[in-house]
Design a binder for this molecule. Structure first.
Ligand SMILES: [Zn+2]
Length: 302
């Protein structure tokens, strides 16, 4: 099932990143709930589609991805975030062959915790989190080395989203960007940028000096050597410093996905409640369909 208001909001106002997942249902009929979510510019979960099936198999994931493709269509530069379920890995690229994929940080962390029987504050989880949140290869290698050293002795073997509340919040919001994410980050970066020195290299390239650290900003390529600008699509502190130096509006450098207007647009369609059953107008081709209960098996431990 996919709600039109959410599909339209995704197509017009979301970064093309979809997280897919499934969970076992514990209700009377059992089965598995398959879900696909996007994220709005304020890092809220934005529901796209869900389905109830019997088991997490190649066939059920194939059906779910096919239906998802029917509603969202071809999306250039789409990124799909997966847990490491083998059936998802077997089928997703057949339906979205041009999409990139990533592994869900949260699931991977959970797997590590279970596999190594780690406590919540174990250093390994901290190192993993630091590595996963790096923007550059050098820092990633540094944190990943710490993971390797630490594990050297171990053998490595629709939800309840309140769209009305969010729309009201966006309407009341007076900032240019989402208050909890983009605006917060940018304000902090404006403070940091005030102590930096900017050296012009040519009309598009600038060297930004922060204490004993140098970073290189290229305005035409929209890049900074710290890589935050190109990965987040939000000005890093070095780009903010260049904007101050050139008296440019720093907000104009942020992706439209972070703006209050895009956020408002994502929640602008109304989702109406389902009417009483006697008022439903059901097409004949739907009425004639037989829908069976999921052929669910209770998995061990449930
Ligand atoms: Zn930077």
């Amino acid at each position: 099932m996919a709600i039109r208001a959410c599909i339209r909001g995704f197509q017009s106002s979301m970064q093309l990143v979809i997280d897919v997942d499934a969970t076992n249902l514990k209700c009377k009929y059992k089965g598995v709930l398959f879900v696909a979510n996007a994220f709005d510019g304020n890092r809220n979960i934005y529901p796209l589609a869900f389905e109830i099936g019997d088991l997490e198999t190649d066939a059920s994931w194939h059906w779910f991805f096919s239906k998802l493709h029917e509603v969202i269509g071809e999306c250039p530069n789409l990124v799909i975030i997966l847990d490491r379920n083998i059936s998802i890995e077997n089928v997703w690229h057949n339906i979205f062959p041009t999409a990139q994929h990533g592994i869900c940080f949260y699931h991977m962390k959970g797997n590590m915790k279970r596999t190594f029987k780690l406590k919540k504050r174990d250093k390994l989880l901290l190192y993993f989190e630091q590595a996963a949140k790096c923007y550059g290869i050098t820092k990633f290698d540094h944190h990943f080395r710490k993971i390797k050293d630490y594990t050297s002795g171990i053998e490595l073997t629709w939800m309840d989203v309140d769209t009305i509340k969010r729309r009201d919040f966006a309407l009341k919001c007076t900032s240019t960007l989402h208050p909890d994410f983009g605006e917060k980050k940018l304000r902090h970066r404006l403070e940091c940028a005030s102590r930096m020195n900017v050296v012009k290299l040519n009309h598009v390239e600038y060297n930004v000096v922060d204490g004993d650290m140098d970073d290189h900003v290229h305005l035409t390529n929209n890049t900074c050597s710290c890589r935050k600008f190109q990965l987040e699509q939000l000005p890093c502190k070095h780009v903010v410093a260049v904007c101050r130096f050139l008296k440019l509006n720093v907000y104009s450098m942020a992706s439209r996905y972070y703006t209050r207007n895009t956020w408002l647009d994502a929640y602008s369609d109304t989702i109406y409640p389902v009417q009483p059953q006697e008022l439903w107008v059901i097409p004949e081709y739907v009425q004639s369909r037989v829908v069976c209960l999921p052929n669910a098996k209770v998995m061990p431990g449930q």
